[in-house]
Design a protein around this ligand. Structure first.
Ligand SMILES: [Zn+2]
Length: 286
């Protein structure tokens, strides 16, 4: 879940666009010569974690990651929350009797959790948090789902104690391919897809290719801090109340404690570390 404070959205988009450019590109900024510059064309592909074997996509991804780990520590434009669900530890009985609908119900339920948690905790110094829009990558099944397109805003707005309010009554589907959507916010969907994929690979180490492993290792300093020291206010990465990763549920049976705070946890082994033991020094500092 990528969260964009309205006043910062354009600044983040501009940085992602300009970091699509390479030093070969003579253009001043990305918007200048999109149609005529050959370097622009090559670097205008959809960034997608599963496409990192494409050299152009990988290089844009590396520049986006450089931004996240570098300039963004000062600029603080990137807010995200990643919620990992251990489906093996879920009590399926809590999600209805109809097996064919269960996956949809689970996705919808945890989508709401994943959106509420960062809005409440990251912005806890604010009296109110107003959500103008929620975008989801285009997905025909979810778009046709009985609940998903409307249920999260409806349920959160019904909660009278909540300081979070949605000013939209539906989730909008936005194609992550900017060439299809003609909407610059598609780049934001690509950006969070990359962050999510790299986090996943730090945890599971798919080992698909040396290139994928290399860029994942580059993301490790941030991911390892987020799972091992999520509340460190003094980290130079300045992620506290801005970026977080959590998992659910902690124990085998979530049962009636389904929404209990202690069923969420952050600390987990990062398999990328085991794989790399002895061959590279990963950075575990502040
Ligand atoms: Zn150019």
């Amino acid at each position: 879940m990528l969260i964009c404070p309205v006043r910062q959205e354009q600044a983040l988009i501009n940085r992602l666009l300009n970091r699509r450019m390479t030093s070969k590109c003579a253009c001043k900024d990305w918007g200048e010569a999109a149609a005529t510059c050959a370097h622009h064309q090559n670097n205008n592909k959809e960034v997608h974690y599963v496409s990192l074997e494409d050299a152009y996509i990988r290089h844009v991804s590396e520049r986006w990651l450089d931004f996240l780990l570098g300039e963004d520590r000062e600029k603080r434009l990137t807010y995200f929350h990643i919620l990992g669900i251990n489906v093996l530890n879920l009590d399926y009985k809590l999600f209805g009797d109809d097996g064919s609908k269960r996956a949809g119900i689970i996705y919808n339920r945890f989508f709401r959790t994943a959106i509420k948690y960062p809005l409440k905790t990251f912005f806890d110094s604010h009296d109110k948090v107003i959500v103008d829009n929620v975008f989801h990558d285009s997905d025909e099944e979810l778009r046709r789902d009985e609940y998903f397109p409307w249920h999260t805003p409806f349920r959160v707005n019904k909660d009278e104690d909540a300081k979070v309010r949605f000013q939209t009554d539906g989730i909008q589907f936005l194609d992550s391919k900017h060439s299809e959507s003609n909407d610059p916010r598609s780049h934001l969907i690509q950006y969070i897809d990359l962050i999510l994929g790299l986090t996943y690979n730090c945890l599971h180490h798919e080992g698909k290719s040396p290139d994928r492993t290399a860029i994942t290792k580059k993301s490790h300093p941030l991911v390892s801090r987020l799972v091992k020291a999520p509340k460190n206010k003094n980290s130079s990465y300045r992620y506290y109340k801005r970026q977080s990763i959590s998992f659910f549920p902690k124990t085998g049976i979530a049962g009636a404690d389904f929404s209990a705070e202690n069923a969420f946890y952050t600390e987990r082994d990062l398999l990328i570390e085991r794989h790399e033991q002895g061959t590279l020094s990963l950075d575990f500092g502040e």
